[in-house]
Design a protein around this ligand. Structure first.
Ligand code: FRU
Length: 507
């Protein structure tokens, strides 16, 4: 028999009521809604960070998220909840988990969910402090897609289950899956030397768990790992993690601080160690998933038609740019379909977005004459656009081409392709709140056979997601501009030419 404990509903009710009240305040104020996206999931009220429990259950995709309903800043974590059928329209559901039991009274941290034979099973991290010391332990909850109950045995995995010393305040973000009739749960932890590792446990009955292996661990290129995912795609095993304290390494494509990386390889079903492949893109065993400033803690779900769909928090810990007066903070990326081709991760916007395209416009621009000139992108303007660009650089790949997005006088967000250096560059220094980090650069190159750089841009009020060369690289950045800033201009050196297809998105 499954044992359950109901949440201390006072705490949960208080969170739900506060969320509802704040959401109403947001809806009633133009100042609160003007920066909100149309076709991305944004915080309903208060703060959100990591996506949690992304899964298909009961005919819908469920997305939970780290949530603090009481303010637009991070605080004791709850699990917010939303559902979608097409990744464009999201429906808010009641807050699913509140920090209301002994094992999670200081926070319900990140985790994942599966459809366990008709029960929506959640694995999350319970955070509790005693005597000033914080402990993180793994907990379970189950529900019907609407309401969730925590299990009476929580925490089900504690430090005592790990057969080596590690830092007990860094043991979190369980990824749960089922294989061969057993449950597996992989959680990240920080070893005593500071390196991150992925510890694997298994269980027959969800109550008794045993340590299986250290699936993988940091080679020393990073500190703690966060938010693991593990899945099989196109014939290979894939691990996703978000490592902290990485040092910038431009050649390998990493930036300082928090990164989100993927590794392909094979999980041995005898030793349960993951043997990593050497990556073709950077000669290392891990590569960046998205080169932009605002992409963290991605996780994936399997759709009924077999697609592996990824979503991430579209913000960074290092450089939040949300304007201070807002009662909400945080958005998610547009869900992306993943494929592995020639050993590399490809990602592109879930195809459902194409059903919302309106007002198609196609055209070409060419830049001739001496020096740098500016043109408008045909008659295209606005803040809710899906744009496809085929960029041909001058022979010898010299100069650069810039897209000035959300332009209003001298203010705009800039996306630049520098052909001479083979980089894509984002600059938000001329927007409302540039943040501590206002630039980011990522290596890209045009297609070797025809010399064209292909970009797909999703612009949704306050975010720009760029996908290069059919999804070979992604570049996600957030910026804030007043709603009147709708201009889209192209500024390029002589010799560049451009073909575009542009669609409005009517969600
Ligand atoms: C990653 C993270 C997770 C943790 C959660 C807390 O962004 O630090 O490791 O579970 O956020 O909100």
């Amino acid at each position: 028999m499954r044992s359950k404990v109901s949440s201390m509903t006072d705490e949960l009710n208080r969170a739900r009521e506060c969320g509802r009240r704040t959401a109403r305040q947001i809806a009633e104020s133009a100042k609160q809604t003007e920066h909100r996206p149309k076709f991305h999931l944004a915080s309903p009220a208060g703060w959100i960070n990591d996506p949690n429990g992304f899964s298909f259950f009961g005919g819908e995709f469920h997305l939970f998220f780290q949530h603090h309903p009481y303010s637009a800043q991070w605080g004791p974590m709850h699990w917010g909840h939303a559902v979608t059928r097409d990744f464009v329209r999201w429906q808010d559901r009641k807050t699913a988990l509140a920090p209301d039991t002994i094992s999670d009274r200081d926070g319900c941290f990140s985790g994942t969910a599966i459809d366990d034979g008709g029960t929506h099973l959640i694995a999350y991290t319970g955070v509790s402090k005693s005597g000033g010391e914080e402990v993180q332990q793994q907990c379970l909850a189950s529900g019907d897609g609407e309401t969730y109950a925590k299990r009476a045995e929580n925490p089900v995995i504690t430090a005592a289950d790990v057969p080596f010393p590690f830092q007990k305040n860094h043991f979190r973000d369980p990824k749960i899956w089922k294989e061969g009739g057993a449950y597996f749960l992989a959680a990240v932890l920080r070893k005593t030397d500071g390196r991150g590792a992925l510890a694997l446990f298994s269980s027959e009955n969800l109550r008794a768990w045993k340590f299986v292996s250290v699936m993988d661990e940091s080679t020393g290129a990073s500190g703690m790992w966060e938010c693991p995912d593990f899945f099989r795609l196109d014939g290979t095993d894939v691990i996703i993690v978000s490592p902290q304290e990485m040092k910038a390494d431009e050649a390998r494509g990493f930036h300082d601080g928090n990164n989100s990386v993927y590794m392909t390889g094979t999980l041995s079903r005898t030793s349960f160690r993951f043997a990593r492949d050497i990556r073709t893109e950077n000669g290392f065993t891990a590569a960046q998933i998205d080169g932009g400033i605002d992409f963290y803690a991605p996780q994936t779900a399997l759709s009924p038609d077999g697609r592996r769909i990824m979503i991430a928090w579209m913000q960074s810990w290092e450089s939040p740019v949300t304007p201070e007066n807002l009662l909400w903070s945080g958005m998610m990326t547009f869900p992306r379909e993943l494929r592995i081709r020639d050993g590399r991760l490809f990602q592109f916007p879930a195809r459902e977005i194409e059903r919302y395209r309106t007002n198609p416009r196609h055209g070409t621009l060419s830049f001739s004459g001496g020096g740098r000139t500016e043109q408008s992108l045909g008659a295209v303007s606005g803040r809710h656009l899906d744009i496809e660009l085929d960029i041909t650089p001058p022979p010898g790949k010299t100069g650069s081409i810039s897209f000035h997005i959300a332009k209003d006088g001298g203010s705009y967000a800039e996306l630049k392709y520098d052909a001479a250096h083979g980089t894509l560059f984002f600059d938000r220094s001329r927007t409302l709140a540039p943040g501590a980090i206002s630039f980011r650069r990522m290596n890209v190159s045009p297609c070797k056979t025809d010399g064209i750089l292909r970009l797909r841009l999703l612009l949704d009020t306050s975010s720009l997601e760029a996908f290069a060369n059919g999804g070979e690289a992604a570049f996600t950045n957030v910026f804030f501009m007043p709603p009147r800033a709708k201009g889209i201009f192209v500024c390029a050196d002589a010799g560049f030419s451009l073909e575009y297809s542009c669609f409005g998105i009517e969600a």
